[in-house]
Design a protein around this ligand. Sequence first.
Ligand SMILES: Nc1nc2c(ncn2[C@@H]2O[C@H](COP(=O)(O)OP(=O)(O)OP(=O)(O)O)[C@@H](O)[C@H]2O)c(=O)[nH]1
Ligand SMILES: [Mg+2]
Length: 436
Amino acid sequence: MNRTEHEAEGILSTFAETALLIVPRFSGQSDHDCSAALAELKSLTDTMGLAVQDGIVALVREPKSRYLFGSGKAREIAELADDLEVDCIIFDEDLSPSQQRNWEALTRRCVIDRHEVILDIFATRASTREAVLQVGLARMEYSLPRLTRAWTHLSRQRGGRRGTRGEGETQLEVDRRIVLRKIARMKEELVQVRRNRTTMRKQRESVPVPTAAIVGYTNAGKSSLLHKLTGADLLIEDKLFATLDPTTRRIKLEGGNELLLTDTVGFIRKLPHDLVDAFKSTLEETVLADFLLHILDASNPEVEDHMNVTRQVLQEIGAGEKPVLTCFNKIDVCDEMTRDHLMLQYPGAVFFSVHTGEGLEKLPLALEEMLYSGLEVDRFLIPPDRHDLVALVHRNGKVRREEYSEAGILMVAMVPAKVRGLLKEYRAGKDQNVRI
Ligand SMILES: Nc1nc2c(ncn2[C@@H]2O[C@H](COP(=O)(O)OP(=O)(O)OP(=O)(O)O)[C@@H](O)[C@H]2O)c(=O)[nH]1
Ligand SMILES: [Mg+2]
């Protein structure tokens, strides 16, 4: 196995086949929130390829440092895991390194928290060098304070199925050095990989075509939409985090305008901060876009919660103020009542089904409106020999008027910011040249 494959490999699927899911319930949380959390944790576990034996919501009366739960509740959970003979227990909450160790000591099983589940899925999904490095780094940093755990992916690297508990200081020191060395190496390589991507993006930016980023909760149908609109060959799966790397494609709108659309990584409730940080440079595609297409799965009962989560993450990465076109997908499998409610609640949104095509015909016009919203009508006096610029304005803008004279071609048009910047020196004052 080469290094890339090793780093991209998931931890859990190599250790365990069956799982018991635990959703801690804190005071103030509703039944509804907890069952939604359990359903989502099940989707995450399915995505990892583990069989869920059982899933329960367990009350945390008062968070305790040893197991998070009180010791009575912890013993109950351990007994359930024994009865079910599961390989691992998965908690829908982050556990501290010592809590994780205590649970593993109590249950003699592999104990995983939500953070590690998401890291693991990202690791299996990563395919480009940049994504592999970003996830690898986040995972190494997660592992560092947890090296004394019984089950780590490092123990696999040493050849065993499981690490042995109490291997003593020496092995721990060796492990720590391995991890620190790897972190340093990955950071160096990332700098290089990112430099290349920045160059590519700069090249793209020099082409004055407006860009929109497709954002939204994982599994909403973002890649499906880009595929439908452009025929792009993308991974579309009923699994979480199918997409980790941004893909950009050009589309032509009905008026002839062009738009670059970028498909991005999906978001999720409690997305670990280190992953948001790790993916900051990938998420730059979102931050730099002219506007965002926020895709939502209208058939998911948690759709409005998903909307808030996406908005929060956008805020976190500095894209909170971008203009947004809200789109509700999957209306083919959404009940009528929900659909009516959403339509009433979000009158500016577009409703469609990528699968059946219903409602999709409204999208190009909505995209065009986004392109021109907030833009003013400009006047440009283009030199007579610059037909390339005239064509550029036609391709990317809305031309109100065009007049030819000896001084040049006067164009009255609305153009996206990038084109406007490019034509800066040709902006014409109101009194300049020909009558309009
Ligand atoms: N019923 C229905 N399913 C859809 C529709 N659009 C997409 N899907 C399904 O939803 C699942 C997720 O689609 P993707 O396009 O991979 O979703 P995504 O938003 O890119 O997901 P991530 O990359 O994980 O963030 C797939 O199984 C699609 O076939 C739709 O209009 N109707
Ligand atoms: Mg996707």
